[in-house]
Write a protein that binds this ligand. Structure first.
Ligand code: BTN
Length: 237
């Protein structure tokens, strides 16, 4: 694993793209920063990345040859990150579909998977942000974001190594991770709401398919299968 280490960077995912476009990246690679000035999240959001309190890392690999492996990268990465956190800190984290890690109703880790093309070669960039000791969240995040807390203080280097190790291991495939994903899911059996094509839906999660899709019972004999987007655990009033 080639490590590219920075004190300050805009976004490790953006730096990964620049390294790919420069033509000189060695694979697999991990781009790691102490802080990000423009950390990015899913759905155009930003990811709060203050110095010395979290892991901000992007792992770059060859894009998987098998199409199903591409779809499952985020599912696998959330299992890998959860296992790494448990191994190093002993803290058990839950997974909110698709790939947010939670402790006690607070999000402590987000994953942003992107791809890049350079000279007809496709790369996958797996961005992982873990709040280790972050406790000064901006107002808009204070109610929803959390961190691993004091039990994880000083674990930054060991946890970074463990995340890399688990991501590499799990990216080799195998059926076990989907079972592990389901075990850690905090949404199975719960009422959720979500928007699709501008329409708001509400239903109960009944399971997770082998390809990571979310199975939802909408009531009245109707079901749905969600493959992307975001769900909210708070049911509509
Ligand atoms: C999300 O919660 O929506 C995803 C957050 C992903 C954050 C990580 S931090 C390292 C990498 N670089 C970024 O700019 N984003 C990801």
């Amino acid at each position: 694993m080639k490590i590219y280490q920075y004190d300050t960077i805009d976004s490790t995912n953006s730096e990964a793209k620049r390294l790919i476009q420069s033509g000189g990246i060695s694979l697999p690679a991990a781009i790691i920063a102490n802080r990000q000035t423009a950390g990015r999240g899913r759905l155009g959001r930003s990811f709060y990345s203050p110095p010395a309190s979290g892991i901000y890392m992007s792992i770059v690999m060859d894009f998987p040859q098998r199409q199903e492996d591409g779809v499952l990268i985020t599912v696998r990465t959330s299992v890998a990150a959860a296992e790494a956190i448990q191994e190093i800190t002993g803290i058990e984290v839950g997974i909110k579909w698709v790939n947010d890690l939670y402790i006690n109703d607070k999000k402590i880790c987000g994953i942003l998977t992107e791809s890049a093309l350079y000279e007809e070669k496709r790369y996958v960039i797996i961005g992982i942000g873990i709040n280790i000791t972050t406790d000064d969240f901006p107002d808009e995040l204070a109610k929803i974001a959390g961190s691993l807390g004091p039990a994880a203080r000083g674990c930054n280097a060991a946890l970074t190594d463990a995340v890399i190790r688990h991501v590499l291991r799990i990216s080799e495939g195998g059926a076990r991770y989907i079972e592990e994903y389901k075990k850690r899911s905090i949404v199975i059996g719960k009422m959720v709401s979500y928007r699709y094509n501008g329409v708001q839906y509400e239903g109960r999660v009944t399971g997770i398919a082998e390809d990571g899709a979310l199975l939802i019972d909408l009531g009245g004999g109707k079901t749905d299968l969600l493959r992307s987007g975001e769900i909210s655990l708070k049911p509509l009033k």
